[in-house]
Each structure stands twice: as structure tokens, then as C-alpha cells.
Design a protein around this ligand. Sequence first.
Ligand code: ATP
Ligand code: RI2
Length: 172
Amino acid sequence: MRLFFVVGPSGVGKDTLLSGAIAADPALHWARRAITRPESAGGEPFEGVTEAEFSNRLARGDFALHWDAHGLSYGVPHTELPLGRDVLLNGSRAAIAQALAAFPGLRIIHITAPVPVLAERLLGRGRESRDQIEARLIRADQPLHAAVPVIEIANDTTPEAGVARLLQALRA
Ligand SMILES: Nc1ncnc2c1ncn2[C@@H]1O[C@H](COP(=O)(O)OP(=O)(O)OP(=O)(O)O)[C@@H](O)[C@H]1O
Ligand SMILES: O=P(O)(O)OC[C@H]1O[C@H](OP(=O)(O)O)[C@H](O)[C@@H]1O
């Protein structure tokens, strides 16, 4: 199993490129996260849980990885990391150190796009309020964990080009 931790600022296109890669190569597994957000918010396939459910599952040891960001909690259940499959995980830049400690062979894929493009995409997506979008944009330039090699992918043209770049990185 290779584990790919796909990170980058909100709105950069992680969900878009991940769903394109999965559609092109069904052998890949996209780990489904538990998030303290209602499933009706849409976006990537995830399990919407309450804060109480999240805390209980965390205490039970259900999660291989977990982090907080944007006022939400995110957990990756152990059951979402099947042995023998390449796994794609929508990660957080703030969780890279934790993820590397848990999975030393982790491959980090950093997706980038210029900040004005992120703003345009977040507004176009319409999942968050303007205030929430502003808060997400403030995190846009957050530095990555310094001492690790990272595969950089620019998603600054079409989604199709971004998906092709991601597939190329996964096949390298
Ligand atoms: N290359 C692209 N060109 C134009 N629009 C794009 C491109 N990639 C993604 N988008 C659009 O930008 C918006 C944000 O993309 P997406 O939800 O995939 O980002 P994300 O990185 O997963 O964000 P978040 O971390 O907030 O979940 C979506 O509406 C998506 O359709
Ligand atoms: O800014 P950083 O810490 O890199 O990412 C924070 C989190 O935000 C995004 O989730 P979503 O947009 O709420 O689904 C990412 O998937 C990540 O989990």
C-alpha cells in the first residue's frame, strides 16, 4: 500500500483532482473521512458526524489520523486504509508531521494555485459564507512541514490538466 497525503489550501482543487483520479483509475482507494459537518453540505464523499460522535470515536481509537481545521474536526478511520491498495487521502498541511510520524512511508502531494484563483473558486463553489471564505484564504499561504520531500502539482489551468498531472505523479 502506498499512502498519498494530498494537501493544499482550501479551494485549490483537492476534491476535484481526487475524484478525477479515482474515476480514471478505480484501483485507487479514496479514504472517506469523518467530518463534523452535515453531509448535506456536499463536496467529497465523507461521513458527517456530530462533535459528540467524533469525540467518542476518537476516544475508542477508531481514527488512524485526525486533526482540526476551519472550526471542524476531521478523522480518518483505520478501516479506510485497506492493505494492498494505493490510498489517496485529502489531508491538512497542519497534520503533515503527525501523518509522517504515523506513516513514515507517506508521500505528500502539494496542490497549488494563485490566491486570487482560490478566492474565485471558493466563491463559485458556494459551500461557505463570505466570512468563512475569508478565513480560509488567510490560511492559504500556510507553510508546509519543512524537512520533507513534497510532490508539487499546479492546478492552475483546467481540471482535466490537473487530474492528468495528479495521475502522472501517482504513476511515477
Ligand atoms: N482547474 C480548475 N479550474 C477551475 N475550477 C476548478 C479547478 N479545480 C477545481 N475547481 C473548482 O474550484 C472549486 C474548489 O475545488 P475543490 O472543492 O476541489 O477544492 P478543495 O481543495 O477540495 O477545497 P477544500 O479544501 O475547501 O475542500 C470547486 O468548485 C471546483 O469545481
Ligand atoms: O488548511 P489546511 O490545514 O491545509 O486544510 C484544512 C482542511 O480543510 C480542508 O477540508 P474541507 O475544505 O473542510 O473539506 C482540507 O481537506 C483539510 O482537511
